[in-house]
Design a protein around this ligand. Structure first.
Ligand code: CTP
Length: 421
């Protein structure tokens, strides 16, 4: 297939952008034209336009001063701006979308895994520093070149052939997060990892050790945001990439089903990252799960979800008893983080256990007495722990259907007071 012409690309670009964004792009193009600086859209947005999958946020690249373009656009539109002088990048946040603006640059990596040092350079050089040929394309959006595709590495051909290909053999050593990105694109687009890239990935996967916990965690979060994260996780397991993050970490066949189930429960939203980490760690011993938490610098709450899920997993058998009262189910589960219960539910295949977990999540955890502590004080319950005990007794009675009306609760309090309180 021939490369799309300037006219075709410019028409596709205009058709895929909301009018507000086109207007801003037009302003940006004028600003750059006046300064004889070329302006481009680069990276994922171009890839997705050529794949006919629009919807991606836009990355603008200027052969000139990206920060002054960002400042001017923020001034004209009232968008919020965040700038990073060191990297010559800025982000504009509008109501409906964000716009990232960067100065076209070349990069050098002083040592593997480090952040790159940067200096201004033409767009063709900027594209050469990127991860894959399919991400190393740009479309000019200023002056007479508007709509022209810049594709120095034949990314469009790889898109057509469905190949994920790195740009040079040192790519993974420069930035080992690209190992996860390779797998993510391969699985998202149903592409193939180009053979030399695959060999390099296998040779260099140990370079994941050079990646900081926060950057590594971000790669997992990106995977979790994919439509079907289990595909990229499974593939990472298959390629022993997960084992480079933590030797004990793998992806077992049943985990595909768990992720699908979690998606079903949280629909239309994707499952929270804490649940995904819970599912990823569900096979691990607690000690290994803690090591994973440290390696990825997981937030405390996520670590809590993971350890709660592992503790709960060991006690789920108790939910199988048919004679279990709702209040007993409540007491078994209420001490655990809610998302750990969701995690266990996604993994569970025994119908009786699933029923109890679902019932807890849908109904039981919401049950509250109508009377409150003040009512109990007025009724003569002594201040202190007794209040909590009576409230719990009322809640249990409600859970088990023994107290339905306000009057039932009052009678229960009276009988408790007569007996003990
Ligand atoms: N990039 C890179 N190396 C990385 C991360 C990003 O070269 N480790 C480049 C790629 O050219 C990529 C661009 O920076 O297209 C923007 O990065 P990002 O927003 O992470 O990726 P997208 O291409 O926008 O892809 P996605 O659809 O996954 O967001």
């Amino acid at each position: 297939m021939n490369s799309p012409s300037k006219v075709e690309l410019s028409a596709a670009l205009k058709a895929s952008l909301p009018s507000r964004l086109l207007f801003i792009l037009h302003k940006a193009g004028e600003f750059c034209q006046e300064r004889r600086a070329r302006l481009f859209i680069a990276g994922g947005w171009v890839r997705d336009l050529l794949l006919d999958r629009p919807g991606h946020d836009i990355d603008l690249v200027v052969e000139g001063d990206g920060l002054s373009l960002a400042g001017e656009l923020a001034r004209q539109t009232g968008a919020q701006i965040t700038s990073h002088g060191r990297f010559q990048t800025a982000r504009l946040v509008f109501e409906q979308f964000t716009l990232d603006i960067a100065t076209s640059r070349r990069e050098a990596y002083p040592h593997p895994g480090s952040l790159p040092s940067v200096e201004p350079a033409p767009i063709e050089k900027d594209l050469l520093r990127r991860d894959f040929t399919i991400n190393a394309m740009a479309i000019a959006v200023s002056g007479d070149d508007f709509g022209k595709l810049i594709d120095p590495l034949e990314g469009r051909r790889d898109l057509e052939e469905g190949l994920v290909r790195i740009l040079h053999p040192e790519s993974f050593r420069d930035d080992a997060t690209r190992i996860f990105r390779t797998v993510r694109y391969e699985q998202r687009f149903n592409f193939t990892i180009e053979p030399a890239t695959l060999k390099q990935l296998k040779d260099d996967k140990s370079y994941l050790a050079t990646i900081s916990p926060d950057r590594l965690r971000y790669e997992f979060e990106c995977i979790f945001n994919e439509h079907a994260p289990e595909k990229a996780l499974g593939r990472s397991g298959e390629l022993s990439v997960l084992g480079e993050v933590l030797p004990e970490l793998s992806f077992q066949p049943e985990q595909y089903r768990w992720f699908e189930a979690a998606r079903l429960y949280s629909s239309p939203e994707p499952p929270p990252a804490a649940v995904c980490f819970g599912l990823l760690s569900y096979h691990l011993e607690k000690q290994a799960a803690k090591s994973l938490g440290r390696r990825l610098n997981l937030p405390n709450e996520t670590c809590q979800v993971i350890t709660d899920a592992l503790t709960l997993k060991a006690g789920l058998d108790r939910l199988e008893g048919a004679e279990l009262q709702p209040s007993a189910v409540y007491h078994l589960l209420s001490g655990f983080h809610l998302l750990s219960v969701v995690t266990c539910l996604a993994t569970e295949s025994r119908p009786a256990v699933r029923r109890q977990l679902e019932r807890y999540l849908d109904e039981l955890r919401h049950v509250r007495p109508l009377l409150d502590g003040n009512d109990l004080k007025l009724a003569g319950v002594a201040e202190g722990p007794a209040i909590r005990q009576v409230l719990q007794a009322i809640q249990d009675a409600r859970l088990d259907g023994k107290a339905v009306t306000l009057q039932d609760e009052i009678e229960l309090v009276k009988s408790l007071l007569a007996r003990r309180f």
